[in-house]
Design a protein around this ligand. Structure first.
Ligand code: SF4
Length: 506
């Protein structure tokens, strides 16, 4: 890979001859080039924006910043910069990219000589306040319904920020922080069949995307299960399916346009799609290509579906039991019996699949025996299958981070010391090297929760943190220097919340 310019081997890049009257948009993804090409959201925004004749959207990633991949244009040369924020911990990187481009960080310090700064993404939509001082426009909800209005308004008023903000204020999905807190209803796609989906996606002969090469296709959006901790399960309602004929057409055209032989299905819970079996059968049996399903619920699986997954060429079954305790399952609103997960795991391993589990710890009411059940399950599964190969089982153990708009938004984060003890207890009990564990560091969980649950008063701390270079040590120093109290992270909370003005119900 050519490290300093990893995009050199890229295909499907959009090039346009920019003339006067064109709207130039910089699509900024605060991560590496490899992560950016693995993101369906980036691909969708890139091709959607470029589908407008009078718009030229170019990408900016870590390695290219502050210049664009396509034409090497500086971030300051664009009429607008659209930031895609996939989760809270990228906020300091966003601020760093803005500052290093020589653009004033605070929206109030930017006049008409600077690009309009827009940000969106699931975490920002749920609680825009932590970024509210820095951005001119925050998109609440889904991109497709807001892009036409944004483009139309930018074409007219990109040189006049005041008029632009007046134009967008009050429209569904647009939060204009300079006007103070105001009620905003999220924008959402009513019918996925009518929504834009890219056919061409960025391919690169030198750089393999995170989930491998494959045409990414979104089969459904939202999830009706409403697990009590799950942000996506609450802010992305209602659950919508793309119809079988539409998925079929996208897959056929997408595989051909990108010269690929593998499909990656995007959804929150694949087998909750009303035609999931038909879609998978079509891809595996009729087209004879591979398929990957990164996300599925354990209780939607059966023998037939497991076989289909194996025939699709998938090597790992990723399941999220979250807990094995019926009591904790009631708190989380999600849970499966110990025996169900054990039987499913034994079956999957016997069929040659590896397993990746996701578990949540730090749930109110949790007892030692609830934690101990996790290594007990893994040991029992290994014993029953006699599996020996290293890393046949991976566990991802994550602290429960209370998220806005979920029923568990009221609780405090568990003390990081206790979380660490619980993680150690799990790790100590695992049969290594057959089973290995990745844990989400409790100190990072504190930072993520601090941002997710914050109001606008966190701005100074975020700016300082980014200035100090991000990272744990820098966070500690930034909190101290700005005299920012983290008490709210660990306490229970009552309404109004910092995000109470954001309406996420459809
Ligand atoms: S955890 Fe999974 S099943 Fe539950 S609401 Fe979220 S996406 Fe749906």
């Amino acid at each position: 890979m050519r490290r300093n310019k990893p995009w050199i081997g890229e295909k499907n890049t959009v090039y346009k001859k920019v003339t006067r009257g064109y709207l130039r948009i910089g699509l900024v993804y605060p991560s590496t080039y490899q992560v950016s090409i693995s993101s369906l959201a980036v691909n969708l925004l890139y091709y959607l924006l470029n589908s407008f004749e009078e718009v030229y959207a170019e990408r900016i990633v870590f390695e290219s910043s502050p210049k664009s991949i396509e034409t090497g244009s500086h971030m300051r040369e664009f009429d607008a910069l659209l930031f895609s924020a996939h989760f809270e911990l990228v906020y300091p990187d966003i601020l760093k990219m803005i500052r290093e481009a020589g653009i004033p960080l605070y929206a109030r310090d930017r006049g008409n000589e600077y690009p309009i700064l827009v940000v969106g993404g699931p975490a920002v939509s749920a609680n825009p306040e932590p970024l509210a001082d820095f951005f001119d426009v925050i998109v609440v909800g889904e991109a497709e319904p807001v892009i036409p209005k944004l483009v139309e308004s930018l074409l007219e008023y990109h040189d006049d920020k005041r008029k632009l903000l007046e134009e967008l204020f009050g429209e569904e999905g647009f939060y204009i922080p300079v006007y103070g807190k105001h009620v905003v209803r999220k924008a959402w796609v009513r019918d996925l069949d009518d929504a834009f989906h890219p056919i061409e996606e960025i391919q690169n002969i030198d750089v393999e995307p995170i989930y491998g090469r494959g045409y990414m296709v979104e089969v459904s959006r939202g999830c009706f299960r409403r697990c009590r901790f799950c942000l996506e399960g609450h802010v992305m309602l209602p659950k919508r399916d793309r119809s079988f004929p539409k998925v079929k057409r996208l897959v056929e055209e997408g595989l051909e346009a990108n010269s690929l032989k593998r499909v990656i299905f995007y959804s929150l819970s694949f087998f909750d799609h009303r035609d999931a079996d038909r879609i998978l059968e079509y891809v595996v049996e009729d087209l004879g290509v591979e398929a990957s399903i990164p996300s599925l619920r354990p209780d939607t699986l059966n023998d037939y579906r497991l076989e289909l997954i194996v025939r699709a060429g998938q090597k790992t079954l990723t399941i999220a039991p979250e807990t094995l305790s019926p009591r904790i399952a009631r708190v989380l609103g999600k849970g499966f019996t110990y025996d169900y997960i054990r039987e499913l795991s034994v079956k999957a391993l016997s069929m040659g699949l590896k397993i990746k589990y996701y578990f949540i710890i730090g749930v109110p009411g949790e007892k030692r025996e609830d934690i101990e059940a996790i290594p007990r399950l893994v040991n029992q599964v290994v014993k029953e299958t006699g599996i020996r190969a290293s890393e046949s089982i991976r566990l991802s153990v994550n602290p429960l981070i209370p998220k806005p708009h979920t029923p568990l938004q009221t609780i405090g984060l568990e003390d990081p010391g206790i979380l660490r003890e619980k993680m150690k207890l799990i790790e100590k009990g695992l049969p290594k090297p057959v089973a290995v564990m990745d844990s989400y560091p409790p100190k990072w969980a504190v930072i993520q929760a601090a941002i997710a649950l914050a109001d606008r008063s966190i701005s100074k701390t975020l700016a300082e943190w980014s200035m100090l270079g991000g990272g744990l040590g820098a966070w500690r120093r930034a909190v101290k220097r700005t005299n920012y109290s983290l008490d709210y992270v660990f306490r229970s909370r009552t309404p109004p919340y910092p995000w109470s003005h954001i309406v996420v119900s459809p």
